[in-house]
Write a protein that binds this ligand. Sequence first.
Ligand SMILES: *Cc1c(COP(=O)(O)O)cnc(C)c1O
Length: 391
Amino acid sequence: MIRKTRLFTPGPTPLLPAAQFAMAAADMHHRTPEFRALFQKVLAQLKVFAGTKNDVLLLSCSGTGAMEASVSNLTSPGDRVLVLTAGKFGERWTALAKAFGCEADVVSAPYGETFDLDEVKKALKPEHRVVYMQATETSTAVRHDVEAIAKIVTATDALLVVDGITGLGTTHLDVDGWGIDVLIGGSQKAVMIPPGLAYLSVSERAWAAMEKSKNPRYYFDLRKERKNAAKGESAYTPAVALIAGLGAALDYIAGQAGGDLEKGRIALIDNAQVNAEATRAGLVALGFTLFAPTAPAAAATAVAVPEGMDSGAVVKALKAKFALVTANGQGEMQGKIFRVAHLGFFDYLDTVAFLGAMEHIAKDTLGLPVEYGQGVAAAQKVYAKAVNSAQ
Ligand SMILES: *Cc1c(COP(=O)(O)O)cnc(C)c1O
């Protein structure tokens, strides 16, 4: 039988056809009025998508490049920073801070859980220059309470940097209202285009901190990018085709709410949340255990396989039988969990298809006592309730 390849990974995510066409057609030099018009349009759209009045910069790199820029531009060697970590991406903040000579204090939550707010409050000291965290920790599919943590951080002088790479487009974030100084996004996540672009919003307080930073930077000198962006250009040759694709994707997201990008962003978040909830319900109905039951992200769902079984076998079987690509656990979680994504260009029928495939895998690969339709029916109930309550 024909098997269509389907990405269900939390980055890269499925590509939007309209963005693919725009990328293929982007035969353009970057020092021309045509590009400047495109770049300015996309930067303005990104501000709305990120939900902020702050500057938004666009960098040609993967998400980690923007994470690095928010360490190298905001700190000096010897600075004390606080890292909140609950998984592989939180651990990346610690490694980055150390690479740039910072003294990193760490508050950690066990894999599959979020932070204890009292612990964060206690750990945050007046010496901390910056607090680094994720909005959603993709390695465990946990959503963190950015609003509550922002309340703690804004009571001090520390800057708050949030890796929203899978949080953007999947969870509500009020950058200006909550006081998020830097919010980072990446192209291969909710915005439905290939890897290669990162974007970040930067507050006035963060711009001021950059003037004092003594860390080395060249390609990722955000001040230089800001100056060039004001003229409608980037400092170096940008990923022109990806930027054209991003513009088309943001148009599509706006199109979900009659052309209003702010409302379209909310519709995209609701879409991820309903698909995530339906997926969780379906998997639980099939007898799986959720890895992050207390604070599940809408970006992705992490699923634990029954004791003694290998999550890699599920990932392999989904690929072999249905060309459906999911992600194994990272690091120590490899073999114990697998992850299925909901961020970006996924619809309800994708969720039904995934659960239908999981019923076969549960029965045939794992030998679980599953009836066909059991997982799908649980998801259908979630969908029906969400659609009825939205009317
Ligand atoms: C995908 C992702 C990143 C960025 O990784 P890159 O491979 O550099 O794009 C960072 N943080 C989170 C939470 C992510 O999901």
